[in-house]
Design a protein around this ligand. Structure first.
Ligand SMILES: *Cc1c(COP(=O)(O)O)cnc(C)c1O
Length: 394
């Protein structure tokens, strides 16, 4: 099978060729340590500075508010653990949502074991947090609100501006996991009152193992990783220079093409959503119909197992996901799909497909045909479907 249609861009993306080319010299030619004093190393230092400037500009931050990390998970851990530590005199309460990425949820569980109290906000059937519930959850001891910008499974974009306003009005810090949203939708940390923001290179056609945490000037946050004085004494470890350069290049391209990518991806996404819902019966779309990431589709097909669908799509050269990559391998349905109120059996029949800038209409036409065929085939073999047909033919 030569055909490969990659529709799992929420799991990771292809590193762009221009990004790889920008990185190459920093492995083998310009390999100096940015902390060294000689002229040779200043090339590396300059490259890191340029990437930092590009990234800061992309979210309207200043360059000295961007801290490079080993990826989105580290940024999330840092924001939560070190805010908790720095502000524990003020209080021990943190508010988050039930549909966060595990980098947030598991860090919250860790903090709970260490004396912090966490409120996990519900979401509605589209995956949005309720602002009244958020306000009601605030206590005098609340030190942090951490709500993701956009969900990695169902694509729903949260009311970030309103959340930022609520946090600010109550003197509470606001962190957002923007790993899926960064460089896919417009973000202005000042306009949105965001105090900390996590992002990752490999979700936006950059390299893996590089991310950043934006930390607003004035926050007390200390280090998660202790050691040398890199990143203005806040994140030790010799800078991943090739990774940083590649991340910078990926951001530069992503920001330059943002508008046109959004338009193309939204058109393709809506084309496929409309066709799937019209042509495959007993199917639902998960996540907000309009207020969602341009590249995200998430369907539930009644009476079938998402895992079987994935395997059969794979045999046709199509890469998708049935939940988040981190949970595949376990039999539990996705915590996100359960949080939006899907019963277990429907959550199990789910398929996430996420587009990239180079997905074509032909790719989607082929995928729609294959999904139709396979869903029909799996339903033919499904006892649940047989029962359903019997009941409804009486
Ligand atoms: C992928 C992802 C992460 C983790 O980022 P890594 O760079 O893979 O560590 C965190 N949050 C969300 C929403 C993600 O999609």
């Amino acid at each position: 099978m030569d055909k490969k249609i990659y529709l799992d861009n929420a799991a990771t993306t292809q590193t762009r060729l221009e990004v790889v080319e920008a990185m190459l010299p920093y492995f083998n030619e310009k390999y100096g340590n940015p902390s060294s004093v000689y002229e040779f190393a200043s090339q590396s230092k300059k490259a890191v500075t340029e990437a930092r400037d590009t990234i800061a500009k992309a979210i309207n931050a200043s360059s000295n508010e961007i801290y490079f990390t080993g990826g989105g998970s580290e940024s999330d851990n840092w924001a939560l653990k070190c805010t908790a530590e720095a502000y524990k005199e003020k209080g021990n309460h943190i508010i988050t949502s039930k549909i966060e990425h595990h980098a947030i949820l598991h860090t919250c569980e860790y903090l709970e074991k260490n004396g912090f109290e966490i409120t996990y906000l519900d979401v509605d059937e589209n995956g949005s947090v309720n602002l009244e519930q958020l306000k009601a959850a605030i206590r005098p001891t609340t030190i942090l609100i951490s709500i993701m910008f956009a969900n990695n499974e169902i694509g729903t974009i949260q009311p970030i501006k309103e959340i930022g306003e609520i946090a600010k009005a109550n003197g509470i810090l606001f962190h957002t996991d923007a790993v899926q949203a960064f460089a896919q939708v417009e973000i202005d940390v000042n306009e949105l009152n965001i105090d900390m923001l996590s992002a990752s290179g490999h979700k936006i056609n950059g390299p893996k193992g590089i991310g950043f945490l934006y930390i607003r000037t004035g926050l007390k946050l200390r280090s998660l990783i202790h050691g040398g004085a890199q990143e203005r004494r806040r994140r030790a470890g010799t800078e991943n220079v090739p990774g940083i350069v590649g991340f910078g290049k990926a951001v530069e391209i992503a920001m330059a093409t943002l508008k046109e990518r959004q338009e193309t991806e939204i058109a393709l996404r809506d084309y496929m959503i409309d066709r799937v819902l019209a042509e495959i019966p007993y199917t639902r779309l998960n996540g907000d119909r309009r207020n969602r990431l341009p590249n995200n589709m998430n369907f539930s097909f009644q009476f079938i197992e998402g895992e079987s669908l994935l395997i059969m799509l794979d045999m046709q050269g199509i890469c998708g996901s049935s939940g988040s990559a981190c949970t595949s391998g376990s039999l539990d349905p996705s915590h996100v799909l359960l949080a939006i109120g899907l019963p277990h059996e429907i959550a199990h029949g789910s398929l996430r497909l996420t587009l990239s800038h180079d997905t074509t209409k032909e790719d989607l036409d082929y995928t729609i045909e294959k999904v139709k065929e396979i869903v029909a085939k799996l339903r033919e073999m499904s006892p649940l479907y047989e029962d359903f047909l019997k009941k409804h033919s009486r």
